[in-house]
Design a protein around this ligand. Structure first.
Ligand code: FE
Ligand code: FE
Length: 308
């Protein structure tokens, strides 16, 4: 079927797609509200509500960041000049600059009393900076066996706010594509999921969402972001009475070439969807794909897993 373009659309189609889509300042509130809505009637309701509480604490921190907690501007300038991710997670996580964000989050967040969560928060409050950094290094490099599982969501939450804060508070960022399609141009971390956007100049384009800083970068559709092949890709979704398979708001792009998959969120089919909440509320799909032998390279920093 032929598509008729309006004059504005012809211009948009002729120019190359915008490389970046930055998250909104209220990202963490959006995540929290969405998680609260998804929790109703969900088999993992308690977990989703717990993460929602954490996201509210993240937003408070985003709105009230610790003073002077910014990376060295000269370093940011040099990285951009050389086409490197200015907020490279593997090096910045070794510095002290993110620690005030964790401290502030632990002050703000009120864990439910007498819970495992309370113990995790107490462990983090009592740990020295060297140990906190060792755990954070393990987390951002995907070595989940190197830190206590219960600490992951809280440490991950603090790191996410620090990196999103830096991303959104640094003017005139010039970001360059990473070495791999799945690598964030701002911080070098792997993508958490992809979003097929549906409005204005972004309509129909795929953006990958960073697991750490929430920066979004454009990657063409129908291409495995891990091995860059298009052959044999399949799109797998939940069995769901509400949506036909080709209209499911969440589908995994499964690649037979490298045996990996990436979750995609289709805003056209659910305009309110958001990547982190969509990911955490669809873990049944991960279990099914894992059973079928597929790997998931995409981390979610608020969820500890053995495999990722
Ligand atoms: Fe990033
Ligand atoms: Fe692949």
């Amino acid at each position: 079927m032929a598509t008729i373009l309006e004059p504005g659309q012809i211009e948009a189609a002729a120019s190359s797609p915008p490389f970046l889509h930055l998250p909104p300042n209220n990202l963490f509130t959006l995540r929290a509200l969405r998680l609260e809505r998804l929790a109703d009637g969900h088999p993992m309701a308690d977990f989703l509500r717990l993460v929602a509480g954490l996201c509210h604490a993240q937003q408070h921190l985003m709105d009230n960041p610790p003073v002077a907690a910014m990376p060295d501007p000269e370093r940011l300038r040099l990285c951009q000049q050389h086409g490197l991710p200015p907020f490279a997670a593997d090096s910045l996580v070794r510095e002290n600059v993110w620690l005030p964000f964790l401290e502030a989050l632990l002050q703000r967040y009120q864990p439910p009393p007498h819970s495992a969560v309370e113990n995790a928060v107490a462990t983090l409050r009592g740990a020295n900076p060297g140990l906190l950094k060792a755990w954070a290094i393990a987390l951002v490099s995907g070595q989940y066996s190197m830190l206590p599982v219960a600490l992951v969501p809280f440490l991950g939450a603090a790191l996410q706010v620090a990196w999103s804060h830096w991303l959104l508070r640094t003017p005139n960022l010039e970001l360059t594509r990473g070495d791999s399609l799945s690598q964030c141009p701002a911080c070098g971390s792997p993508a958490m999921a992809g979003v097929i956007r549906h409005r204005g100049k972004y309509n129909g384009l795929r953006y990958l969402v960073c697991s750490l800083c929430a920066c979004e970068w454009h990657v063409v559709r129908v291409k495995c972001v891990y091995c860059e092949q298009s052959k044999g890709l399949e799109y797998v979704s939940f069995e769901d009475d509400r949506h036909a398979a080709n209209q499911a708001p969440l589908r995994a792009e499964v690649c037979p070439g490298c045996n990996s998959y990436l979750k995609l969120i289709y805003l056209e089919n659910d305009a309110e969807a958001e990547a982190l909440s969509a990911d955490l509320s669809s873990l049944m799909l991960d279990m099914r794909l894992e059973q079928e032998g597929y790997q998931r390279p995409a981390p979610n920093l608020l969820l500890a897993t053995d495999e990722r």
